[in-house]
Design a protein around this ligand. Sequence first.
Ligand SMILES: Nc1ncnc2c1ncn2[C@@H]1O[C@H](COP(=O)(O)OP(=O)(O)OP(=O)(O)O)[C@@H](O)[C@H]1O
Ligand SMILES: [Mg+2]
Length: 507
Amino acid sequence: MDAEYKGRLTYAKGTSVEFVVGPNQDVDFGDILVVEGKNNDRFYIRAYDFKVKSRWSGINGVGYLMSKLDENGQVENQEDLDFYLGGNHTVKIGLAEQLCYADDSGQLLNPKTCPDFFCQVRALSPQDTSLLAEMKGDLEVGFLKSGRGALSLPVGIYGSQAITEHIGVFGTTGSGKSNLIKVLASSVVDSGNYGLLVFDVHNEYFKDLSSHPMSKDRLSVYHTDVQEYGKKIAVNFAEVDADDITACATFTEPQLDAIYKLSSIWKENWMKYVLQYDVDDIVEELAGCTGQKYNARTIGKIKSICWNVMQELNIAEEEQTVISEMLAELEQGKVVLVELKNISAIGEQALSTLLSKKLLKNYASKTEIERSQIKPVLIVLEEAHRFLGKKAHSSNNVFARLVSEARKFNLGMCIVDQQPRLLADDVLSQLNTLFILGLASKADRTKLEAMCRKDILSQRNEIKNLECGEMIVATNYMRFAAPVKVHKFENLLEQRYADHIPSIPVQ
Ligand SMILES: Nc1ncnc2c1ncn2[C@@H]1O[C@H](COP(=O)(O)OP(=O)(O)OP(=O)(O)O)[C@@H](O)[C@H]1O
Ligand SMILES: [Mg+2]
């Protein structure tokens, strides 16, 4: 790709620059361009606005041009008008912000100085290696967007930095969130250096991801019912904590109190006994151990929820090893899908809480050395406001704990939601990488502008106009937020593996 000429610099002050857009050149909101400095240095700029200037802009000039129109405002003589408007009488000026600066050795720095007058402005090209290396990452998600198209310059995230610092994926319905997760998952499969645990609320990932050539070795799917593919989840009574049950339904204070008391009395057998004994026996046992007399209805509700969860998660007496297998797969760097479509909201909440807690416990219990031998894991949580919403967050659920503690243990959360404004502020403020897809609501965009660590205010126009599959990536180790055209999953597999099927190295 040739470095395409785009225009010439006409003004610079601080980090603001203006440039005249070359005749017949397209420059759009959000385009990243390069100003060629005089000393082999480069200034990377982003266009955020435009204005059109003409020698005819004054009141007299406009009046004169208007006199060339007929009484209906239509052009009478196009050639005549073109003569006045053409040539260099009218120019389009691009307003841009300097993002960063590369010195003559190619080292990337924050803005140091401003470019000189009339320097050349050009499109990005593969020769901008240091900038491209910063954006490329090891988990590719798309190409750098430029105007209405995409340059063939890959953009992604560095998993080792981004995963434990948490990721947010936000976009209105149909903006391309699920497609993005599929692309990210397939990059994780390619890489083999990270684990990915996806709670798939619509059972939409397996069909596509299983067409990845390496899926046989690096993709695992679990569900709670019998299917032709994947493994069936089954849980031991001892694996269910009081928190797993309290997370999945609304309980009154006395009910919560009784659950915690029961679990402290009966320890790992608490759920088994709750289901096994009659309400009256449980009330008596509690009275005997704690001196408190609980209402039979309180215990009845607990029994009923436990029964539902037992049915849905296949909780049984026989020794089950499914969860430990799943944890081992994540440690080895596999993509694990947990299909949740066919279970109720109660089962879904219990299962996602239980698995995430096991993962957190497992990673937290490792020593530094052990942890360095296992892969970092990213947990993808869709419709996350149900777990991390403004109200939900106050109850100390496992996801809130993951957001605040997981990075210490090499785990991270990927929070996917249509409406970021529904999420608790202390959750949003912990997300250091944002994938911002099209957001129809102004309230959501304003929320992100306020919470995002990168200054994305100047990209307001761009964010407002994002089309399906387009996004802005803002991450804390990149100097600026980049516009990206996300790969379409179906095309990605076709292109990436058109002429070679990768083989997995034997370890
Ligand atoms: N990068 C892309 N390029 C081309 N088409 C895309 C891209 N991303 C998504 N699409 C198309 O847009 C449609 C919606 O995408 P997707 O299902 O990913 O949206 P979503 O944000 O997950 O929606 P929902 O919130 O309803 O789940 C799909 O049919 C998909 O093919
Ligand atoms: Mg979706």
